[in-house]
Design a protein around this ligand. Structure first.
Ligand code: HEM
Length: 250
């Protein structure tokens, strides 16, 4: 990917040379700084976010063994025990998707969104002048007791058919669930991020059974997070896998 991006730099240099001869049409002007910024966007925007969500999903499922059983049962029914999960299986795994949504509700990888108001506006009786720096606390919104029943509990079923949140999606249309933001500055990597997150958690759940080390009980799991620009677990998750499938996993 880095090589592909750097190929643009050659084109950009070509554009500069062409410009000097007055022939710049059809060239894309990207500087070394532009390319570094794009690579940084993708690397930082797309790695830590997904990694933190995977760890939180595993931690929540280990904390709620009955939910883990439901996810694993769906995988056994849909995929079977003789192969790993493929991308094409994901659309047939609705409960897994509910578990991922519920993880992102409780643990949005970017808990604070930083924006600037484009126009004078009024929110809940407060006047907010144009060009004010505003922060949206997505973490708090996801746990708002007036928006979510049993807000602090991990309950993927709330997003399943018949659940209170069955119609809520992750595209920013529902302001009570904004892990990818909303509107024109929302995450451009949402589909890629969800794909990586769902496929990884699906395979971890499908290929292995998981226990906690040293006789630790699910109730003993520390679910504290570090609150900042991202919200990773305060204590790294340690989990012990044992093979679940009837076939090799590599
Ligand atoms: C679970 C995974 C991910 C989550 C939860 C996530 C979340 C977010 C959020 C909340 C924002 C800010 C939206 C706002 O300010 O309103 C954002 C922006 C962004 N994300 Fe993601 N993201 C994820 C994965 C990715 C991936 C895989 C990529 C790229 C490969 C990516 C690239 C970006 C970029 C470039 C921006 C800045 C967009 C802009 O400023 O207009 N993200 N993301």
């Amino acid at each position: 990917m880095v090589d592909d991006m750097l190929a643009f730099l050659t084109e950009a240099c070509g554009a500069k040379a062409a410009d000097e001869t007055g022939d710049s049409q059809g060239f894309l002007r990207l500087t070394r700084e532009n390319i570094k910024a794009i690579i940084m966007d993708i690397m930082f925007g797309g790695t830590e976010t997904v990694a933190s969500a995977i760890e939180w999903a595993m931690a929540e499922l280990m904390k709620c063994p009955e939910e883990m059983k439901l996810v694993q049962q769906e995988l056994a029914d849909v995929v079977g025990m003789d192969r790993t999960v493929q991308e094409s299986d994901l659309d047939r795994l609705p409960y897994l998707k509910c578990a991922i949504k519920e993880t992102l509700r409780l643990h949005p990888p970017i808990p604070l969104l930083l924006h600037e108001t484009a126009e004078n506006s009024e929110v809940a009786g407060y006047f907010i002048p144009k060009q004010s720096r505003v922060m949206i606390n997505v973490w708090a919104v996801g746990r708002d007791k007036s928006a979510w029943k049993d807000a602090e509990s991990f309950k993927p079923g709330r997003f399943a058919p018949g659940g209170d949140g069955a119609n809520i999606d992750l595209k920013g249309n529902f302001f009570e669930l904004l892990p990818f933001g909303s509107g024109r500055r929302s995450c451009p990597g949402m589909q890629l991020g969800l794909y990586a997150l769902e496929l990884t958690v699906a395979n971890l759940m499908h290929c292995f059974d998981w226990t906690l080390p040293d006789g630790m009980k699910p109730a003993d799991l520390d679910m504290g997070d570090i609150f900042g620009l991202t919200a990773p677990r305060a204590v790294r998750l340690v989990a012990v896998p044992s093979l679940r499938l009837n076939c090799p996993v590599v």
